[in-house]
Design a protein around this ligand. Structure first.
Ligand code: AN7
Length: 395
């Protein structure tokens, strides 16, 4: 049977308990499988295609058909490499990659008879929790930093009838609060990415990429709380164990300059992070100073012989605009960090022209409609006089 496992200290336990953190060292737990427990036969599409490598009962699944997201070949931004592919996770049911993990975590909540689920969130986890809790018929509680969540994400949480708890403070404080709650109470199931079942669902992005194009040389991914890069690396390693790929891609984890404690630890060859007390970036999804899964992220990029890099807010906005205006892919700022990271790594020679690269973009542009006010858009207001429109368009 799959088991809880602590990658930091080696603790293991059976899955029947509801654990998030290692009781010995406090790190978030992972779920491991022995070789004969990894199931090679996939069928169907989306996250549940991989139910043979998910530790929940697929007959109880709470699903809105997540996963199976499009992988686009870049037309312009990838001109400096052999191939750049963009995996658009913004095409998931609630518009972000969180749905991959949420479908599995909410299914686990149902299996364990929870009537409520809770998370701290910079927005997308809240939106996903709210919608999946609604689908499952249980109560959703979301704890968010007051005034620091993009409009579209709040709209989703409200529309789905979640209880919204706004904290006077940042995401790191909100996460601390729900962690303290979960340590003492079993009243609500915690579905942040410190929940190992979330990671299990999210690893399926790696399975999909590999099934479609094999192993690229690099995969770039935005990093906030560092759950998703943990999941990506887990999925890739499992695909290698299953014999589906011969080598592992290098990971490029990308943080925003104002919220980049893992980049700093990577550059300093340090084995611990110094949390950023007041993280700051316009990419509010990844405005996180004390990422819960930092150790697993550092381990992943080091094992892959990849890197952690940071990108400025200006470069994020530029990449967001290039993605929408040149590629037809509209993403939110945190997602654009992935592509800004690619461009920066190409420029400094880390990524080379013979490389094949996949950039994972994590959230839909509609999540953060205010963010486009940073672009120079071409807009005029006209009357209805005859010929006016003709003269404008002919210019
Ligand atoms: C679009 O919703 O942390 O490194 O609370 O929304 O796994 O945290 C969101 C994170 C990247 C970073 N891109 O992923 C939340 C939250 C988008 C995101 C990330 C987030 P992690």
């Amino acid at each position: 049977m799959p088991r809880y496992f602590c990658e930091n200290c080696g603790f293991t336990d059976k899955l029947d308990k509801n654990l998030y953190f290692c009781p010995n060292c406090g790190d978030p737990l992972t779920i491991t499988y022995s070789d004969d427990e990894l199931e090679v036969n996939f069928s169907g599409s989306g996250v549940w295609r991989y139910s043979g490598v998910l530790p929940v009962d697929p007959n109880k699944k709470v699903s809105l058909k997540e996963g199976n997201t499009p992988l686009y070949k870049s037309l312009h931004l990838g001109s400096g490499v052999k191939g750049l592919y963009i995996k658009n996770e913004g095409m998931n049911p609630t518009g972000s990659f969180k749905d991959r993990g949420m479908t599995v975590a909410i299914t686990r909540a149902i299996e364990k008879n929870f009537k409520s689920v809770i998370c701290a969130s910079t927005g997308n986890t809240s939106a996903s929790l709210a919608i999946y809790a609604a689908r499952a018929g249980i109560r959703g509680y979301v704890v968010v930093p007051d005034g620091a969540v993009a409009l579209g994400k709040m709209a989703q949480a409200r529309a789905a009838g979640a209880h919204i708890i706004k904290v006077r403070g940042n995401f790191d404080l909100a996460l601390q609060m729900v962690k303290d709650f979960a340590r003492k109470s079993d009243e609500a199931y915690l579905v942040n990415s410190v929940n190992p079942f979330r990671i299990e669902g999210q690893k399926t992005v790696a399975y999909e990429i590999v099934e479609e194009i094999g192993a690229p040389d690099w995969i770039t991914i935005p990093v906030g709380n560092a759950g998703n890069i943990t999941a990506l690396w887990k999925g890739l390693n499992e695909m290698k164990r299953l014999g589906k790929i011969k080598y592992l891609p290098k990971l490029l984890g990308v943080q925003a300059s104002g919220a980049s404690p893992i980049v700093k630890a990577f550059n300093d060859s340090s084995n611990k992070i110094e949390p950023v007390v007041s993280p700051n970036t316009l990419a509010t999804a990844i405005k996180i100073g004390n990422p819960a899964s930092w150790r697993r992220a550092l381990k992943a990029v080091r094992e892959s012989r990849g890197a952690m890099i940071e990108v400025s807010d200006d470069h994020i906005v530029q990449a967001q605009y290039l993605l929408s205006s040149r590629e037809g892919i509209f993403v939110e700022p945190a997602s654009a960090a992935s592509v800004a990271g690619f461009l920066s790594a190409l420029q400094n020679g880390l990524i080379r022209k013979e490389d094949t690269v996949v950039s994972i973009v994590t959230g839909n542009g509609l999540k953060d409609p205010d963010s486009v006010s940073r672009f120079e858009s071409i807009e005029i207001t006209v009357g209805s006089e005859e010929g006016l429109l003709h003269s404008v368009i002919a210019q």
